[in-house]
Design a protein around this ligand. Structure first.
Ligand code: CA
Length: 477
């Protein structure tokens, strides 16, 4: 008995020792664009098929209450800096940052930057300085050429520009003016061939970077353009989903479903490569989306129904209802993560300190926390009372708005008329029953909490639009 006890103690000691002596993990951060919370099989999709990501999720911590900003660039800025988009004054994507007001809008939008300042020390800079090979493969969308990934700590940049979407997902990925007659292209993807699809190619490029890193740990930020517009997919996959489509399904867009399937194939391919190279045991893999699913129509798809549906959540990209900000988030770090479901509310800037900590670096004073405790014990809690959101802009799903989520309570404050909406997410995740009138004290307390936070980060606010013509208001959610 004593011998057994001694043996057990030795095993425990050795496992602790090997943990402490582990070399810093490789980091593969797969960020997808505009994927909705319920677009994956493991999050409840019906038409879509994502078996590889679902299997990966089963080996990982899968977050059910993970949040991002409601549009692209602000979320990407939070990932790189750990700071809230409102604190950075980076609250809209580049192309939208110069929007201002029109006579049909009651408010002038708040000013927003669109170049990530070089005064920020990005996650990539920290990791590069710690000895990582750092690579951005795919979408950047954090500024003009002087603010490209190379200037923010990435040694390799394949595809990153100031543009938020490619002209097309088909090689040569450049086109003839879909985005306001602008000629867009995806750099460093020369020597492709007709029929080549962007998500396949970006996966190939990420694999090449992995193979190049040899003994150096890598940080690969594989930021796929998929499943953002233009909604384009392989014909055979589209036919498969056309045949599968049934009345009553939440998801009804076969081309989008096909795009998700291709993405799933590619996530599987990159995970297979990690395993083949025997890198999987020491690679922390994150899969996340940058905002909620897009619920507009995309003409490039040739279909006239909305791209996706974030049901059971309300609304989509742009909005601060749950469908606009709640995202899929899955993290696997063999030897550290305990596979399971985590219901604790988390937000994209948490990943900054989480990854610094994983690399053995000290945490920084930011707007995010280290999710390490949740990775080890998915049912544990963070010491945080509330998450905040600020989108002082228009989109087809919203007017300018701020929001706070404090445990099960969610308050939205709309700037056009100072209207408050209050929801209890515990029994109303779809935000159908506004309790603001029924519970004025609760609404008031949350509004005060929201205002205190906005002041603390010096959030930029929208202003009255002197050119506004009443009766022509657009952008009603
Ligand atoms: Ca996006």
């Amino acid at each position: 008995m004593k011998r057994l006890l001694l043996l057990a103690l030795c095993v425990l000691f050795l496992s602790q020792f090997s943990q402490a002596e582990r070399s810093p993990p490789n980091i593969l951060f797969i960020l997808v664009d505009d994927m909705g919370w319920s677009d994956l099989g493991c999050y409840g999709a019906d038409l879509h098929e994502t078996p590889r990501i679902d299997r990966f999720a089963a080996e990982s911590v899968r977050f059910t209450n993970a949040y991002a900003m409601s549009v692209c660039s602000p979320t990407r800025a939070t990932l790189m800096t750990g700071k809230h988009a409102a604190r950075l004054h980076f609250t809209i994507w580049a192309e939208g940052a110069e929007g201002g007001g029109t006579k049909y809008r009651k408010l002038r939008e708040a000013p927003s930057i669109w170049n990530l300042p070089h005064t920020e020390t990005t996650l990539a800079k920290h990791l590069r300085d710690a000895g990582y090979l750092t690579a951005l493969v795919g979408k950047w969308h954090l500024g003009d050429w002087q603010h490209y990934p190379e200037s923010h700590g990435f040694e390799i940049n394949i595809g990153g520009t100031n543009w938020g979407a490619p002209q097309t997902f088909w090689w040569p990925y450049s086109g003839s003016g879909r985005f306001g007659d602008e000629f867009r292209y995806v750099p460093h993807l020369e020597f492709g061939k007709p029929g080549e699809y962007l998500t396949d190619r970006l996966t190939d490029e990420a694999i090449k970077v992995m193979d190049r890193s040899e003994k150096q740990p890598f940080f690969i930020y594989l930021a796929h353009h998929s499943v953002h517009t233009p909604i384009e997919a392989k014909e055979a996959d589209v036919e498969h989903f056309d045949a599968k489509l049934r009345e009553g399904m939440n998801h009804r867009h076969s081309v989008y479903a096909a795009m998700n399937k291709n993405l799933d194939d590619n996530v599987g391919r990159v995970l297979d490569h990690l395993k083949e190279r025997r890198l999987d045991e020491n690679t922390l893999v994150i899969f996340a989306s940058d905002n909620g699913g897009y619920i507009g129509v995309d003409k490039a798809s040739g279909r006239d129904n909305p791209v996706t549906n974030n049901a059971p959540l309300r609304s989509g990209k742009g909005s601060l209802y749950e469908g606009g900000i709640r995202i899929p988030l899955i993290i696997r770090w063999p030897g550290v993560t305990k596979a399971g479901i985590c219901d604790e509310p988390v937000i994209t800037m948490d990943l900054f300190n989480t990854l610094l900590s994983a690399a053995g670096l000290s945490a920084h004073e930011t707007d995010g926390l280290d999710l390490g405790p949740l990775l080890k014990q998915p049912d544990s809690k963070l010491k945080r009372d509330a998450l905040f959101f600020h989108y002082p802009h228009y989109y087809h799903t919203t007017t300018p708005v701020s929001a706070v989520r404090s445990r099960e309570w969610k308050l939205l404050e709309f700037f056009e008329d100072d209207r408050l909406e209050l929801y209890n997410l515990a029994d109303d995740a779809g935000e159908k029953r506004d309790l603001a009138r029924a519970m004025p004290e609760k609404a008031k307390a949350l509004r005060e909490q929201l205002h205190t936070w906005r002041s603390s980060v010096d959030a930029a606010l929208p202003a009255p639009n002197p050119d506004f013509k009443p009766g022509k208001a657009k952008n009603k959610p």
